[in-house]
Design a protein around this ligand. Sequence first.
Ligand code: APR
Ligand code: PHB
Length: 389
Amino acid sequence: MRTQIAIIGGGPAGLLLSEILYLNGIESIVMERQTRQYVLSRIRAGVLEWGTVEILRDAGLGDRMDREGHVHDGTAITWGGDRRLFLDIKKHVDSQFMAYGQTKIQEDLDNALQARDGAIFEEAVDVMPHGFDTDSPWVTFVKDGEEHRIDCDFIAGCDGFHGVSRTVIPDDVLREYQREYPFGWLGILSETPPLPELTYCNSPRGFALSSMRTPMLSRYYIQVPLDTDIEAWPDDRFWEELKARYPNEIAEQIVTGPSIEKSIAPLRSFVAEPMRYGRLFLAGDSAHIVPPTGAKGLNLAVSDVYYLSRALVDYYDNGSSELLDTYSDTALHRVWSAVRFSWWLTTLLHRFPDMGDFGQRIQESELDYLASSDAFQAAVAEQYAGLPL
Ligand code: APR
Ligand code: PHB
């Protein structure tokens, strides 16, 4: 087989790249390790920066998002037992964000791919990029016991944190930066009406977050130690702990019910540089991970794909390699800014094992300052909204 772009990984990054390339007359083939069912059922984040909303609309993926997504002007933060701030993004930076689950985006991308009969190999095993340091790269994989080879112009590594693409970049080229946080998030989905605003909570008992998917589907998280056994958290215990972390007034508004999903995710910051080696380009989680505080993960995957697709279109339309050559630097600039912001918000809102009462009061004082300073709120709002592409 031959194609222009071989795309490894059919998550949001891989499928969006394939879609934008298709709209620009560029051929691609996607290779995905998992089954379609598995990929479609993953529960992930749910907050879209406005830049992401516009990229998805431009890629023809706006219909259901605009119908079912919820536009928000800002986000709430609570701390200190009774304090609450509404961080007004619309007022400070004239932007908004959209609450729309990544699970739905994956469905929308899958529908668009099916509608155009796009090329994808699911359950592709032993996917391996080759020859990316030459002008004629190729990818091999096994599907249903049969070996395949795809020759291509470029390879896009969109295969997430555990993918193969990053690992084939030589050790003396690849630099990795990493921080693991000493806690995770225990999250539940429940068919109950969410709080009206996304509400982040700093509490001496640990961080909490109340988020939403639809008017009758809530997503809640609490910070837990890394060694937490999920079996030790039946629904009743979860709701009790969640409410204990929020100020009373807000706790009283939380509507409880049975959970329909429950999972624990560790928190990590990770960046791999460069995001390009020869004719291999990394995009999304294959190159970077952010802790979910601030909801930047999916937005970064989308901005990587925006830069990469723009560079490939320029290469095929105008014969210029300039944007391909600057892709890694351009993408990493935005990546590091989101990595810094997610790290900062994580540090401000979570209980760290060694911080003690002193650390708690420092966090509360910083939040008090945030509440009292328009300039500080504007700076945080600007980063929460997402820096321009
Ligand atoms: N071969 C083929 N496919 C692979 C391989 C491999 N060796 N390794 C991983 N994959 C697939 C995974 O099964 C997954 O479907 O690559 C896909 C990567 O998808 P994601 O992990 O979702 O990563 P990405 O597309 O970059 O999406 C960005 O934003 O909100 C965050 O982490 C969240 O998924 C989200 C991400
Ligand atoms: C979510 O809705 O899953 C969510 C929202 C905001 C975050 C992280 C996760 O910062």
